[in-house]
Each structure stands twice: as C-alpha cells, then as structure tokens.
Ligand binder design. Structure first.
Ligand code: SAM
Ligand code: SF4
Length: 334
C-alpha cells in the first residue's frame, strides 16, 4: 500500500481555536450489518444502552456547542437508525441550534420508515452508505438487508432532504468493477457519490491490506473510460476532492484519507455514544463530557470541559503521530 507523507506538516500539537467546527455524533456502536473492513472487529466493548447520551442530554450540550462555533452536526454510529430515539436526538439539536446544518449517515436498511420523522425533526442532509449495486454481493459486502428497498429509499430521500449523497468504499477485486455503475446511478438519481479509500484503523488489518485501493487509482480507473476533470474541494474542510465527468457533467467525490490526508484543514470534533469529546478520529479517550453531565454538573462546568477539548484539538493520524490503538470506525462513529 503506497502512502504519501502528510503534505503540510505534522499536526501532533494543539491547533488553537478554529472559527467554526463540525461535530460527528456517534449514537451507538452497534450495527445490524457487518461490512468486512468495519465489523465484526470492534475492539472496544460496546457502550451499554444505559450509558448512551439521551435526547435531553444532547439538549443540554447543543447550546454550548453552538456558542463555540459548531455549525454542522452529523449523526452516525454504528447504525444510527437502530436507535428508536434517533429523530428525537435530531430534534433536540434542531431546537437548540436551529441554524445548524444537520446530517446523518446510514446504511439505509431502516431508512424508508424513518425518513419522515427525521425530516420533521430538522434533518437536512443524508448520506447513504452503499458498497455494491449487485444483489448477489450485497449480503457479503454489507449485510442481510434488501438492496432493492435501500435503492427505493434512496430515490425517495432525494425528494425528502435538501441533499443526499452516497458513500462507497472502493475495494480492489471486490467492488472496483462497479465504479461506473455508481456514476450512472448518481446521474439517474441526482445523488452525488463519494468514493472512499479504505482506512486501516487496525481492526481488520488483513482484509484492508488485501483489498486496499489508493484514491488516485480509483480516479485513474474512471479516467480510462470517461473524460474526467478535477474541480477541487467544495470547502477547505471538506474531506472530499471533487471531479467532473466531462461528457455527462456528473460530479463525484474522492475521500483519500491515508494517501491524501487532510489533517491541516480538519475542523471535526467527535462525540462518542457515552459522551467523550475527541478532536481526531484516531484519538483515544477524549474529554469525559458524558460522565460530567451525569454527575450533575452545571452548564459552566460542561462548557469549561468542552473548551479543554477544543484547545487540545490536534491530529493523531498515524502519519503525524506514529503508533496507534486499533479501532473499528463503528467504535468511534465513522
Ligand atoms: N452505519 C452507517 C453507515 O455505514 O453509513 C454509519 C457508520 S459507518 C462507520 C460510516 C462510514 O464509515 C461508512 O460510509 C463506511 O463505509 C465508512 N467506513 C467504515 N470503516 C471504514 C474504513 N475502514 N475505511 C473507510 N471508511 C470506512
Ligand atoms: Fe455497520 Fe456502517 Fe460499519 Fe457497515 S460501515 S458495519 S453499516 S457501521
């Protein structure tokens, strides 16, 4: 696997305050699917349901986040739609920060029944993760779901939310022959697809090593069959670099976290299911907002702890901070 050095220097030092942040809220680690690079392979024990932050906990924290420049929130997991109170959590954020851009990432298996409540709760954007368009591959690459139902829900979602995107993790010899099919679907549904390069988070080391395909190769595959031009990033902090298929005008994204790391522009914070705030996907631990909340702390104490997390934001990417603790993306919230 080829890896380039982090382009713009080491960031294993606190970054200082940013003007704006985006927050990824992991609602749980559990999932009903088992994508081979993600689950099984969870390294950390799952947070028990009793320790999950609840809608009223988020309602306490959201105004404090808003006051510190958090303008975007994405709900993820595990599979966020396994939580019955998912729309309630979205509503709690929407009430506390009505101007915020609220989004959710899902495997789509429970999307059809959840869409209306999510939209009514204030969700604006949706990302559906789909690694294959072939029914014969779906069970092995994702899980025991119904691909036809996910595709139908994806079409309906386009009419429900302001923006719908697709996440597709491209794996060599596994689904990399479907890249053009995904671009066709993208054109048909008006849904932007983002091709994701596998990240080796350590929990599925052998699998990732065997099927890793670098982002540049993914774009090269498309370019062999379609004329493609680079566009750049929609926003500096957006992990996706955009490309346009010249003949059709279809725009697709490439997220290549390991071969083209974007740590320098990262504005992400992460909140685990039990309320630990982290400044980096690769960071272990984090500041324990959840336990402070449960101990009966007041808003000033919670705000002070959030500030500790913000002041400590730095990159723990293995390329800037060698050494790692293995984890699955589902442990942290991908
Ligand atoms: N279950 C939901 C889903 O699949 O969209 C939300 C959680 S999942 C961890 C979020 C995203 O992380 C998915 O698009 C998934 O493909 C991606 N992901 C998980 N493990 C990954 C890895 N090792 N490398 C790159 N992307 C990964
Ligand atoms: Fe579940 Fe999402 Fe992980 Fe797949 S990527 S196993 S759907 S959490």
């Amino acid at each position: 696997m080829s890896r380039l050095p982090v382009a713009d220097g080491p960031f294993f030092a606190p970054r200082g305050r940013l003007a704006a942040y985006s927050l990824r809220v992991s609602l749980l680690q559990q999932c009903n699917f088992s994508c081979p690079y993600c689950l099984p392979g969870a390294v950390a024990p799952y947070t028990p349901k009793a320790d999950w932050l609840r809608a009223d906990d988020y309602a306490r924290l959201a105004p404090l986040f808003a006051a510190r420049g958090i303008t975007k929130v994405r709900f993820t997991g595990g599979e966020p739609l396994l939580r019955d109170d998912c729309a309630g959590v979205v509503a709690a954020f929407h009430a506390a920060m009505p101007g915020a851009d609220l989004a959710l990432t899902t495997n789509g298996s429970r999307l059809a029944g959840a869409m209306g409540a999510l939209r009514a709760a204030g969700l604006r954007r949706l990302t559906v993760h789909l690694d294959t368009l072939r029914a014969d591959r779906y069970p092995q690459l994702m899980g025991p779901g119904d691909l036809g139902a996910v595709l139908a829900a994806l079409g309906d979602a386009r009419g429900t939310f302001d923006e719908v995107k697709l996440n597709t993790v491209v794996q060599r010899g596994v689904n990399d022959d479907e890249v053009l099919d995904f671009l066709d679907l993208s054109a048909r549904l008006g849904v932007q697809v983002r091709f994701i390069e596998l990240m080796n988070t350590g929990s599925a080391d052998g699998y990732v090593h065997d099927v890793f395909k670098a982002g540049a190769e993914i774009v090269r595959d498309v370019s062999r069959q379609r004329r493609v031009e680079p566009i750049g990033r929609a926003e500096m902090s957006d992990p996706a670099t955009l490309f346009r298929v010249v003949d059709t005008g279809v725009v697709f994204g490439l997220i290549a976290s390991d071969t083209q790391p974007f740590c320098a522009a990262c504005d992400r914070l992460r909140l685990t299911a039990d309320g630990r705030l982290r400044g980096c996907l690769y960071q272990a631990g984090g500041v324990p907002l959840g336990s402070l909340l449960r101990s009966g702390a007041d808003d000033a104490q919670l705000a002070a702890l959030i500030d500790v997390g913000l002041d400590d934001k730095r990159s723990y990417h293995p390329l800037s901070a060698p050494g790692r603790v293995p984890f699955s993306m589902a442990d942290v919230g991908g």
